[in-house]
Design a protein around this ligand. Structure first.
Ligand code: F6R
Length: 243
């Protein structure tokens, strides 16, 4: 794993955006696996800035998002569909028909999981998958458990994740209790992975994922088995790494 140390969130965002931008320049019709949440927000803002300066062109890019809350429709401002449009898709020249997320209101959840997994596999996996990491080490919504879920699946969110995400909702009761998520196998099918982390609260998850034993108790630890992972993290997120 390559580790790039950034001073703070802003620098992490610029470094992360650099890697995505390089991917798009090298392969304009690439498939980007994308994430939501606080970690990638600055990256998307930076990419939009470069797009406005005509330094990056998304016209041939395809995107597949990691996850989506179950039960939220596209108009819901907490859906990941809404997040992606607000922070990136509506601000650059990407073709909306080439942007994919799980359908949060699919009638048949099992069929939705199969559909989304097949879609990603039909692209041969993402060329570059962007990941944030949860305080408990989750990637996508693969929560700590006793086994790794391989394919796209529907997850029961842990209390700790609901608690971490309630800041975006009126109350913890409003946070959906389930979500669709790429599985660990889906994530690992990406040719390259870019993991970003910022802040002290991620330091333990980063340490356990990078240096700890590979275990489904720390889903991020599986990234040690992928041949091309770059971690871009700020000093606070790297503060528990061995010196
Ligand atoms: C988001 C996702 C999650 C987040 C993680 C960190 O699409 O899959 O795994 O990356 O919960 O969230 P933030 O960045 O908000 O701290």
């Amino acid at each position: 794993m390559r580790i790039i140390k950034a001073k703070d969130y802003k620098e992490m965002s610029r470094q992360g955006a650099n890697i995505i931008s390089a991917q798009v320049i090298m392969k304009p019709d690439c498939v980007l696996g994308l994430a939501t949440g606080s970690s990638p927000e600055g990256i998307y803002a930076q990419l939009v800035e470069w797009y406005n300066k005509e330094d990056i062109d998304f016209s041939e890019v395809t995107t597949v998002n990691l996850d989506e809350y179950k039960g939220l429709n596209k108009e819901n401002d907490q859906s990941y569909y809404y997040f992606m449009h607000k922070h990136l898709f509506d601000k650059v020249n990407i073709n909306p028909d080439n942007t994919y997320l799980p359908n949060g209101i699919a009638e048949d959840p099992d069929a939705e999981c199969v559909r989304y997994e097949k879609l990603i596999r039909s692209f041969g996996g993402a060329d570059l998958q962007l990941l944030g990491i949860g305080r408990n080490g989750h990637i996508g919504f693969n929560e700590p458990s006793d086994s790794f879920d391989k394919a796209v699946h529907c997850v029961d969110l842990l209390e700790s994740t609901i608690d971490a995400n309630k800041r975006f909702f009126a109350s913890a009761d409003d946070v959906p209790k389930q979500a669709y998520s790429m599985g660990i196998g889906t994530i690992l099918s990406a040719k390259k992975i870019l993991l970003v982390a910022s802040g002290e609260e991620k330091a333990e998850a980063v340490r356990a994922s990078v240096c700890g034993p590979i275990t489904p108790e720390v889903p991020g630890s599986i990234l040690q088995l992928h041949p091309d992972v770059t971690l871009v993290a700020d000093e606070a997120a790297l503060s528990k790494m061995p010196k």
